[in-house]
Design a binder for this molecule. Structure first.
Ligand SMILES: [Zn+2]
Length: 261
């Protein structure tokens, strides 16, 4: 009987594992032991209204031997510690496959720069200058929101989220990109990492195979954003299109892979 029941239990428990992969057993989040915000007021932190370069809870990745392709990139120390452990394990399994961090913490000002460049046409979106092709503010925002956040709503504000290697889904469908992606899906959860923008969701940003989040901190920041920021967004911090499109913000913060919630 035991021989029959035991494999059944194993297969049942595998069936309910989260999307992040078989290595993603739920992590205990020791809320009371973590300093989530330091001396930055939580609402300012959640909106990205601070400088990671001068925030004592952040670290520069090249100083902790995480490759950045020469870029200056900051993450929370806890995120960088876990990322360093994951990178070492990946290198051990795949010494010939390149791994680097392309983007980490971006504050409100940096995200506003990206958003407004797309809004006013100085950066093309899908080959178009959106200021010329989409007049309606909400429709223009929805186009940008396929892949870019409104300032004040990006998970990149929190020091928990980063982009690896290349920012196209196609890169992760063959060759070294596929090796890296498959490995992260299988093993990232062991280190606390999860892909928030998976395929198959019905709202929010499009699939991003390059974007990963550190759950032990980000779970709390997601909840705090919904509790403290959603009702007041954009909280007086205006940017191009914020009046016409600001109401869309909570949908994009909430529409993540259920395994990352
Ligand atoms: Zn990203």
């Amino acid at each position: 009987m035991y021989r029959l029941i035991f494999p059944l239990l194993i297969s049942l428990s595998l069936a309910v594992l989260p999307v992040c992969g078989p290595g993603s057993e739920p992590l205990e989040t020791p809320d009371s032991n973590l300093d989530y915000y330091g001396s930055t007021p939580p609402v300012n932190y959640l909106l990205g209204d601070f400088s990671p370069a001068s925030h004592p809870l952040f670290v520069r990745l090249d100083r902790v031997n995480i490759p950045t392709g020469g870029r200056t990139i900051y993450l929370r120390k806890e995120t960088a510690d876990a990322l360093g452990r994951m990178y070492a394990a990946f290198q051990k399994d795949h010494p010939d496959v390149e791994f680097w961090i392309t983007s980490g913490t971006r504050n409100f000002r940096a995200q506003r720069g990206i958003w407004e460049a797309k809004w006013n046409g100085s950066r093309k979106v899908g080959g178009q200058k959106l200021n010329e092709t989409i007049a309606d503010p909400e429709q223009r925002a929805l186009k940008i929101l396929e892949y870019s956040s409104m300032p004040g709503t990006s998970r990149h504000h929190w020091g928990t989220d980063f982009d690896v290697n290349k920012l196209t889904n196609g890169y992760y469908k063959s060759g070294p990109g596929k090796i890296l992606y498959d490995w992260m899906v299988a093993n990232g959860g062991r280190y606390g990492f999860c892909q928030p923008y998976t395929a198959g969701r019905t709202s929010g940003y499009f699939e991003e195979r390059w974007h990963w989040t550190y759950l032990p901190l980000a779970r709390r920041f997601t909840k705090d954003w919904q509790r403290m920021v959603a009702d007041r967004y954009p909280a007086g911090k205006n940017f191009a299109g914020s009046k016409g499109a600001g109401d869309l913000a909570p949908i994009y913060v909430e529409s993540i892979n259920p395994a990352c919630q």
